[in-house]
Ligand binder design. Structure first.
Ligand code: NCD
Length: 293
């Protein structure tokens, strides 16, 4: 049994097992490895892609899901997250949990005997998204170890950025991160100090558009800084005109104004493919958490 809680706790071997199996799931019809399993889905924050791609992954592997509803459960009578998760762990074989609290998993009951996958904890991390992001990046960068990737938008609060950057930093030694934000939505000092590859900080995407290989765009997480109403960096076809032919554009979604619909037909846009890869990578994660060692 294995948990997927954050990037630091995953070994390179674990990561490679998941990425390799995800590729197999794209190419071959899956075995029903979850046939006798019930997977609990506990979403304490809204979700479309993570929730339903995990659910689709469970169904493709022959398993069943049990959907926890926070609005009709005992949390409304003051039950703690710890007790809710312990309870659900007695009814399910694994739990997929999204919660607004950073590192919610640290406070959990020590004798939870089923694997837990962190489906997003506050503004901290989102490891399954990172795995599908890196899977998609590798489909295009192949064996290259020295590409340039720009993270654009809310670097401070975007948990997908935190996990994807950490995962790339773990797997590669020669990439360059271009960190592009406005309104002080930059990564904090501690995070920057932990990066082992090269990084550059900018506030204008036009200055670096010609040299990047991957553009990873994100929305401003207005719910995490209420009342501030920050203006995003908007990427248009005109800005993309100056990029390499091989550039790929990714976005974890949901999108707001930073990613106009005009980009959807641009062949460089790979975000719908990224979204679909979410099912295959999450199948691989579900398969992986039940491995013995
Ligand atoms: C993201 C999330 O919830 O962190 N969405 C996702 O899971 N694909 C990104 C976001 O909310 O901006």
């Amino acid at each position: 049994m294995k948990n997927v809680l954050n990037i630091n706790d995953l070994s390179t071997r674990d990561i490679n097992i998941i990425l390799y199996r995800a590729k197999k799931y794209i190419l071959f019809k899956p075995n029903k490895v979850l046939e006798d399993k019930i997977i609990g889905m506990l979403f304490f924050e809204p979700s479309t892609r993570t929730h339903y791609s995990f659910e689709s992954a469970v169904l493709k592997l022959g398993g069943n899901t049990l959907n926890y509803n926070d609005n009709t459960s005992s949390s409304k009578k003051g039950e703690t997250l710890e007790d809710t998760i312990k309870t659900m762990s007695l009814y399910c074989d694994a739990l997929i949990v999204r919660h607004p609290k950073d590192k919610f998993y640290l406070g959990l009951n020590k004798n939870i005997n089923v694997p837990i996958v962190n489906a997003g904890d506050g503004s901290s991390e989102h490891p399954s998204q990172a795995l599908l992001d890196v899977f998609t990046i590798r489909e295009y960068t192949k064996e290259s170890d020295n590409f340039h990737i720009a993270f654009v938008g809310d670097l401070k609060n975007g948990r997908t950025i935190h996990s994807t950057l950490k995962l790339l930093d773990k797997l590669y030694n020669n990439i360059t991160f271009h960190l592009i934000s406005v309104n002080n939505l930059q990564l904090d000092e501690l995070f920057l100090e932990s990066i082992k590859n090269k990084y550059e900080i900018h506030n204008d995407i036009k200055k670096i558009i010609a040299k990047i290989d991957v553009l990873y765009l994100t929305r401003i997480q207005n719910e995490r800084e209420p009342g501030k109403d920050f203006k995003p960096i908007v990427v248009t076809n005109k800005i993309i005109e100056k990029s390499k032919d091989s550039l790929i554009i990714l976005h974890p979604f949901p999108r707001n104004n930073e990613l106009p619909k005009e980009l959807d037909n641009n062949p460089k846009s790979k975000y719908f493919e990224q979204m679909q890869n979410g099912v295959f990578v999450r199948m691989a994660i579900l398969d992986y958490i039940f491995l013995e060692n």
